[in-house]
Design a protein around this ligand. Structure first.
Ligand SMILES: Cc1cc2nc3c(=O)[nH]c(=O)nc-3n(C[C@H](O)[C@H](O)[C@H](O)COP(=O)(O)OP(=O)(O)OC[C@H]3O[C@@H](n4cnc5c(N)ncnc54)[C@H](O)[C@@H]3O)c2cc1C
Length: 423
């Protein structure tokens, strides 16, 4: 693409995560001269970290269902996700030599289960398309015009001005891989509304008794159902030094976080025997032999050693002995937490630039020519591939938005010069 008949458009992308790299790909594909700046020594570090867990790149469910995972942000993300849905992401992976498959839970992974080969192939393709990478370049603020950015570089501070800017600076989880959230005050200084960055998809802190923890730290409690305010999630929970981790814990983390923020603490109900009704469980408990300890009773009723231990830890000083009461406790064990894990240990970030700060093209209303993409925008979603999907989809939307905006400006200029030459 050219901004005038004889000059290629220029684009600055800041942030070399999935969103920034995808924006660079779309812009370079349209003929723009693109430079990606990142303050780390290399790009894509969080993508590589995600690859350690198998890289759940998207989800196979229909787009309508996927959109529900973005909660209140659904309406603002919808057109981006429909324009570049899971099928596009999977085709893109295959094109890079990393075909994907659908796991038993419907989650989509590259067959290699790794991010390294995907990132390597991607960077080679971007380089071949003419994208320039400037690492150890930190964005420190805006410059003298909306599309001028200030960068701290190994050779000092410099201002870079291009036709368009895409910011894809990520959230604030796992800051050691690059996304440290230090951009928040910079955007606020430019009058952009940014809500505080908070942990999402994270563990919760639980005050275990030290002697109990010494025996159970690291133990998985399998097949439990966690419930909070009508939402229920099933899966395995892991006991950690600080509290609990695991799929169902992450899935309820946003609701737990919001409850703690409102009430100071949150009580989640744990069902340690989700396959049995209360009456069935009480029946099994009633068959206990006289003199059996409560742990033996629970294990005979089908609970694992770890689940029975959790009943002893959370069930209060005096456990009930009547089968119906004990069954009720096992089905609704109260787990109290007063804090989620800190953001630097979370998988993702809630908060960020308000979605009403950007227009339908993901351009900042206050800074024409500056487009935003990825996790720095204020949306959140559970694990399941939804985080990467929205990061990629918003990047495609922001880059296409930038191209459309440039084309409109060029058309306006041509119309103005046409009028001038005829006038
Ligand atoms: C342990 C872990 C596992 C995960 N697993 C999955 C998964 O399996 N599936 C999934 O969907 N999601 C997963 N995620 C989440 C996913 O990795 C992120 O949602 C995604 O990387 C966000 O992409 P992004 O480009 O918006 O931001 P990021 O990937 O965070 O990239 C932002 C980039 O901006 C750079 N940057 C930040 N500030 C500046 C600055 N001031 N100047 C210059 N550069 C800057 C950073 O160095 C970084 O390279 C996981 C996350 C973690 C932590």
């Amino acid at each position: 693409m050219s901004t005038t008949s004889d000059r290629r458009c220029t684009a600055t992308v800041i942030g070399g995560g999935p969103a920034g790299l995808m924006a660079a790909e779309v812009l370079a594909g349209a003929g723009c001269e693109v430079t990606v700046h990142d303050h780390m020594a290399s790009v894509g570090r969080k993508l590589l970290l995600a690859g350690r867990g198998g890289l759940n790149i998207t989800h196979s469910e229909p787009t309508d269902e996927m959109l529900e995972r973005y909660g209140p942000a659904r309406a603002r993300l919808e057109s981006a996700v429909r324009r570049w849905p899971a099928s596009a992401l999977r085709a893109w992976c295959s094109d890079l030599g990393e075909p994907t498959f659908v796991g038993s839970s419907g989650r989509v992974f590259p067959k290699s289960f790794r991010a390294t080969p995907l990132l390597r192939a991607w960077l080679a393709r971007l380089t071949a398309a003419g994208v320039t990478f400037e690492t150890r370049h930190r964005f420190v603020g805006f410059g003298s015009s909306p599309t001028a950015v200030q960068l701290d570089t190994p050779t000092g501070r410099r201002e870079v001005t291009t036709d368009v800017v895409v910011l894809a600076l990520g959230g604030a989880s796992w800051p050691r891989v690059g996304s440290d959230g230090a951009w928040v005050p910079l955007l606020r200084a430019a009058d952009v509304r940014v809500s505080s960055l908070r942990p999402a998809n994270c563990g919760w802190c639980v005050a275990w008794r030290p002697d109990w923890l010494a025996r159970h730290e690291g133990a998985p409690v399998k097949n439990v159902r966690l419930s909070l305010d009508g939402a229920a999630v099933r899966g395995d929970v892991v006991i950690t030094r600080a509290g609990v981790e695991g799929g169902p814990v992450y899935a309820l983390a946003a609701a737990v976080r919001d409850t703690i923020e409102r009430d100071g603490s949150c009580t989640v109900s744990v069902d340690l025997s989700p396959d049995l009704t209360e009456a069935q469980l009480a029946g099994r408990i009633a068959r206990a032999r006289p003199g059996d300890s409560t742990s033996s009773v629970l294990r005979r009723a089908g609970l694992s050693t770890e689940a029975a231990a959790l009943v002893r830890e959370l069930g209060g000083r005096q456990l009930p002995t009547a089968p119906a009461d004990l069954a009720l406790l096992v089905k609704r064990l109260p787990l109290v937490t007063t804090a989620t894990m800190p953001i630097d240990r979370a998988i993702s970030t809630a908060g960020g630039v308000g979605l009403d700060e950007v227009d339908d093209r993901f351009m900042l209303r206050r800074l024409p020519g500056v487009f935003l993409a990825g996790e720095m925008l204020d949306w959140e979603a559970p694990t399941g591939g939804y985080l990467l999907q929205a990061s990629f989809s918003t990047a495609v939307a922001a880059a296409e938005g930038a191209l459309a905006w440039l084309a409109e400006r060029q058309a306006d200029r041509e119309a103005t010069s046409g009028r001038a030459s005829h006038g």
